[in-house]
Design a protein around this ligand. Structure first.
Ligand SMILES: *[C@@H]1O[C@H](CO)[C@@H](O)[C@H](O)[C@H]1NC(C)=O
Ligand SMILES: *[C@@H]1O[C@H](CO)[C@@H](O)[C@H](O)[C@H]1NC(C)=O
Ligand SMILES: *[C@@H]1O[C@H](CO)[C@@H](O)[C@H](O)[C@H]1NC(C)=O
Length: 401
C-alpha cells in the first residue's frame, strides 16, 4: 500500500517537473536558431524555425526577438497554431532595400491565419522606404518601371487574424502602405506608432478591408498619405485617442469602384486629433459607380489643427478626372454624424457634403461644429449638395454654391 502511494507520488512529481519544463521552453528565442543581430544577415530562416516550433506548441508560447538590429527578407508568418502565440520584437527589424524579387502584391511581413496572436515588445519595423517614395501605386505598370520595386509593397499585412492584439510597436518609413488588414476579426491596435515623412506619398497608415471588430486606440500616425483608410466590407471599426498628421486624414472609401463590394457598417471615430493634414474625416465614393451601402458612421470629439477640408462627404470623388461625373454614385450613405468637431481649418470651406443625386444620403447629422478659418478671406463656411443635414448646436454659415 505504502509502496503504491510512493509510486503515485513519484510519478506526480515527474509529471509536475515535466510541466515546469514545458513552461520554461515556451519562449523560443530567435537568437537560438542561428539568428545574428548584426543588421545584415537575413534572419528569415531562423525566425521561421522558431515560429514553427512555437506554433506547434500545445501550450501558449512566445517567439522572442531580443534587442538588436536585424535584417529580414520577405516572410509569411502563418498559422493556424495549436495554442495562443506571442511574437515579441524588442529590436529593430529592417526590410531589404531592393524588393525586386518580392512576390507580387504581397507584403514584406505577412501574418496569416492566426488566432489569439499578440505582437508586441516595443520594437521597430523599418521599411527603409526613402528610395522609392513618391512612386505611384497600385498601378503595376508604373511599379514595374521602378528600379527596386516589382509591385505594390505592404509593410505589415494581417490576413485572417482573429482575437488578437498588436501593441507597443513602431512601423517606420514604409515603402508604400504601412499596415494592411484583410479578413480580420476582433483585432486591437494599441499604442502603435506609424511614422513616415509628409513627402512620402502612398505610405498610408492602416488600411482596413473586409474586417470586423477592429479597434485602434492610443496610437500615433504620421505619414504622407491617409492615416487610416477603410475599404469595403469593414464592420465595427472603432478608433479612440488616435492622433493623425501629417497625412491625408481618415477616410472611408473610395467606395464603388468595383462590383460586389460589401457594405461598410459601424465606424466610430472618437476623441481624435488631426494636425496639419490635407483632409480631416471624409467619406468618398466614385461617381458612375457600382452599387453599395455604407451606414452608421460616427465622428465625434475631434480636434482639427490647421486641417484642410475638415469634414467631407464626397460622392463625386474623381481623382485625375478619370470618371463620368454625369452619372451619380450608386453607393447609398445613411446614418452619418459629425459631432463636436472643433479647431482650425486651412480651407475656407470646412464642411463639404456632396451627396449622390441618384441615391441621396439619408440621416446625416452635423452637431456643434466650431471651426475657424486661418486665412483672411472671411469665415469658415459649409457647403451642401443634394443633402439637408440635421443641424444641432453651433454651425458654420452656408456658402451660396
Ligand atoms: C477578442 O480578442 C481578445 C484577445 O485580444 C479576447 O480576449 C476576447 O475574448 C475576444 N472577444 C471575442 C468577442 O471573441
Ligand atoms: C473595441 O471598442 C469598442 C468601442 O469602444 C468596445 O466596446 C470593445 O469592447 C472594444 N473591443 C476590444 C477587444 O477591446
Ligand atoms: C479626449 O479625452 C481626454 C480625456 O477624456 C480629454 O482630456 C481630451 O480633451 C479629449 N480630446 C478630444 C480631442 O476630444
Amino acid at each position: 500500500m505504502g509502496l503504491k502511494l510512493n509510486i503515485t507520488a513519484t510519478s506526480l512529481l515527474l509529471l509536475l517537473a515535466s510541466a515546469a519544463e514545458v513552461a520554461c521552453d515556451t519562449i523560443f528565442y530567435v537568437t537560438k536558431y542561428g539568428e545574428r543581430a548584426d543588421g545584415n544577415t537575413d534572419i528569415s530562416q531562423a525566425l521561421l524555425k522558431a515560429w514553427g516550433d512555437a506554433c506547434s506548441s500545445p501550450v501558449a508560447s512566445t517567439v522572442m526577438t531580443p534587442d538588436g538590429t536585424y535584417a529580414l527578407g520577405q516572410i509569411t508568418i502563418g498559422g493556424p497554431c495549436k495554442a495562443p502565440i506571442n511574437f515579441i520584437v524588442q529590436g529593430t527589424v529592417k526590410a531589404p532595400m531592393d524588393t525586386r524579387r518580392f512576390k507580387a502584391e504581397a507584403g514584406w511581413i505577412a501574418f496569416q491565419q492566426i488566432d489569439q496572436f499578440t505582437l508586441s515588445g516595443g520594437g521597430v519595423f523599418d521599411g527603409q522606404g526613402k528610395t522609392v517614395w513618391g512612386t505611384k501605386c497600385p498601378s503595376s505598370a508604373y511599379c514595374n518601371q521602378l528600379p527596386i520595386l516589382s509591385s505594390c509593397i505592404y509593410m505589415l499585412m494581417f490576413n485572417f487574424i482573429t482575437n488578437s492584439m498588436v501593441k507597443d510597436i513602431t512601423s517606420r518609413d514604409s515603402k508604400q502602405f504601412h499596415i494592411n488588414l484583410l479578413g480580420c476579426k476582433n483585432l486591437t491596435f494599441y499604442n502603435v506608432v506609424i511614422s513616415a515623412p509628409e513627402e512620402s506619398l502612398n505610405t498610408d497608415g492602416i488600411h482596413i478591408g473586409r474586417s470586423s471588430g477592429i479597434n485602434i486606440t492610443d496610437s500615433t500616425i504620421e505619414t504622407g498619405d491617409d492615416c487610416v483608410s477603410i475599404g469595403d466590407g469593414s464592420e465595427q471599426i472603432n478608433m479612440q485617442r488616435v492622433t493623425c498628421g501629417p497625412g491625408h486624414g481618415i477616410s472611408v472609401g473610395s467606395l464603388g469602384k468595383y462590383p460586389n463590394e460589401e457594405p461598410v457598417v459601424g465606424i466610430s471615430v472618437k476623441n481624435r486629433t488631426l494636425t496639419n493634414t490635407q483632409n480631416g474625416v471624409r467619406v468618398k465614393t466614385w461617381p458612375a459607380s457600382h452599387q453599395g451601402t455604407a451606414y452608421e458612421m460616427h465622428f465625434e470629439d475631434i480636434v482639427m489643427n490647421n486641417v484642410g477640408n475638415p469634414i467631407i462627404i464626397d460622392q463625386e470623388h474623381c481623382p485625375h478626372n478619370q470618371c463620368n461625373l454625369k452619372i451619380p454614385s450608386r453607393i447609398k450613405l445613411s446614418s452619418v454624424s459629425f459631432r463636436n468637431i472643433r479647431g482650425t481649418t486651412s480651407t475656407q470651406v470646412a464642411v463639404k457634403l456632396v451627396c449622390s443625386q441618384g441615391v441621396p444620403c439619408e440621416d446625416v447629422e452635423l452637431g456643434d461644429i466650431n471651426l475657424k478659418y486661418k486665412g483672411n478671406e472671411g469665415h469658415a463656411m459649409s457647403q451642401c449638395k443634394t443633402i439637408k443635414p440635421n443641424l444641432l448646436g453651433t454651425q458654420l454659415p452656408r456658402t451660396r454654391a
